[in-house]
Design a protein around this ligand. Sequence first.
Ligand SMILES: Nc1ncnc2c1ncn2[C@@H]1O[C@H](COP(=O)(O)OP(=O)(O)O)[C@@H](O)[C@H]1O
Ligand SMILES: [Mg+2]
Length: 565
Amino acid sequence: MIIFQKIRWMNFLSTGNAFTEISLNKNDSTVIIGENGSGKSTILDALCFVLFGKPFRKINKPQLMNSINKRDLLVEVEFSIGKNEYFVRRGMKPNVFEVYKNNEMLNQDGAVKDYQLEFEQNILKMNFKSFGQIVILGATFVPFMQLPAAHRREIIEDLLDIQIFSKMNSLLKDHITNNKLALQDVKYKIDLENAHIKSIEKNNQALEKLKTSNVNKITERIQTLTETNKKYSIEIEKLQAEIQEEQKKIKNQKSAHKKYNEMYRIKDNLLHKIAKLETDIHFYESNNECPVCKQEIDCDHKNTIIQSKQLKIVEVNDGVDKLKLEIDKILERLNSMETIQNHINDLNTQVNELNISFSINEKSIASLRQDLEESKKEYEIIDRGNTQQHVENITKYKTESKRLINERDTMGIVNNLLKDGGIKTQIIRKYVPIINKLINKYLAEMEFFVQFELDEQFNETIRSRFRDDFSYDSFSEGEKAKIDIALLFTWRAVSKLRNSISTNLCILDEVFDGSLDMDSTEYLMSLLQEQNGNLFIISHNSAIQEKFENIIRFQKVNNFSRIAS
Ligand SMILES: Nc1ncnc2c1ncn2[C@@H]1O[C@H](COP(=O)(O)OP(=O)(O)O)[C@@H](O)[C@H]1O
Ligand SMILES: [Mg+2]
C-alpha cells in the first residue's frame, strides 16, 4: 500500500515561486475550498505530473509552467511503501526527475522514459490510467462508464493485477512467431539436406552403374575368349591324337623306301647282267676266235656257251620280273604312305593355325585382365560423394525440430491459458460477481436503487424497478455521479482485496457540487467516512464544510494562487 504523505509545488499553473504544500495523511477528511480559479484542482495536476510526468487534466506540458515566472517549475511528493520512504521530484526549466528511496537517489543510467517505466512498474505498481480511476474522481476525468470495453478491461486487469498475463501473452506471441519461423527454417534445412543426399546417391549410383557395365563388358570378353581357347585346346588335342594315329600308319615309310631303293638297284644290276649276257651271246654268234688267245672257238662249245648264257638270261629275266612285281607293290605302299603324310601335314597346319589363334587369344585375355584391374582401380579413385555429413546434419536438425515442436506445443498450452478465455477469464469471472455486489452495495447506500451489472466483457446492464433497460447516458448528472462514486469505491475495495493497487489517498473534485443534491451528499459523506484513508474533497459548497476534519482554503493574490492562512 502506498501512503502519500506530502505534496508541494511551485511555478506550477497559477502557483508562484514559493511552495504550496499539503499534508496528505494528516487528517482523515479534508475539504479544499476556494473560488473558481483559485487553484484548488491544481493539486490533481501536480500529483499526476510528479508521478507520471503529465497533468491530470488535458493540458500541454509547457502550459503547466507558471506564465509569469516562466521557470523553476517543481513538484515534490513524499510517500512510503512498507518500510521504504520515497521522495520524488520533477521539474521543468530546469528539467528534473529524481526518485529517492530512503534518501538515496535511484540510478538514472538509462533514458528518462525507461526511468519513468521502471518507477511505475517497480515502485508505484500502477499507471496513469489506473491512478485516475482509483485515487481521483475529478470533474474532468473520463468516467469508467464512458470508456470503451478495451479500456475498461485494461483498468480492471490492472486492478486485479492480471495485466501480467496480457504482457506474458504478448511476449509469448513473439515466441510463437519466432518458433514458427525457426521451425520453418529447420524444415527447409532438412529438405535441403535430403536433396543433397538424393543427388549424391544418384551420382554414386550412376558411377557404380558405369563401373559395373564396363567391368561386365571386359569380363564377358575374357569369358568368351577363354571359352574359345578351351574349344581350341580340345580341337588341338583331337587333331594331335589323329596325327599320332596317322603317324603310326607310316611308321615303316623309311624302311620301305630303303627296300624300294635296294630292289631298284638289284633290278638295275640284273638288267645290267642281262645286257652283258646278251653282249656275250652276240659276240659268240658273230666271232669264231677268242679275242684273247686268238684261237678258234669250237662251235659246239660256242653253242653250249650261248645256250647256257641264254638260259642264264631267261633265269635273270625271271628274277627281274619277280622283282618288278615286288617293286610295284612297294611303290603302291609308298604312294599310300605319301597320301597319309599329306594328310598329316594338313592336320599339322591346322594345329599350327589353332595354336596361333590360341596364343593370340591368351594375349588378349592377359591384356583384358589388365584392363579390368585398371578400370576397377580407376573407378575406385573417382571420388564417391559422401552423405555422412548431411545425414549427421539431418539428425541434428531433427533434434532441433523436435525441440521446437515440443516448445510449440508447450507454448500452445500456455497460449490457451493466457488467452482472454484462459486464466484471466477465470480470475475475472471470480471477481465480476464481487464487483457487481460492491457496486450495488454502494449504490444502495446512496439510496440509488438500480440493479447494476457488469458482464465478463465489462458491458453494463442497469435495471430499475420502473424501467426495464437503462444506459449510463440516460441517467441524470447526479445519478451518473453516484454511479461514478460507486465504481470508484468498488475499484478501491477490489484493489485492497487483490492487494494490488492500494493507497490512502482519495480525491474527489467537485463531485458534491451541483449535480448531487443535499440528501445524496449526506449518504455520500457517510460512505466516505466508512472508507479508510485520507479523503480530499474539492468543493465550493460551503454547506458540507463542517463535516470535515480539516479545511484548506485557496485564494488568488496578485495573480498567484496560495493557501490562505
Ligand atoms: N500557465 C499558467 N500560469 C498561470 N496561471 C495559469 C496557468 N494555467 C492556468 N492558470 C490559471 O490557474 C488557475 C487554475 O486553477 P484551478 O486549479 O483550475 O482552479 P479551481 O480548481 O480552484 O477552479 C486558473 O485561474 C487558470 O486561469
Ligand atoms: Mg477546479
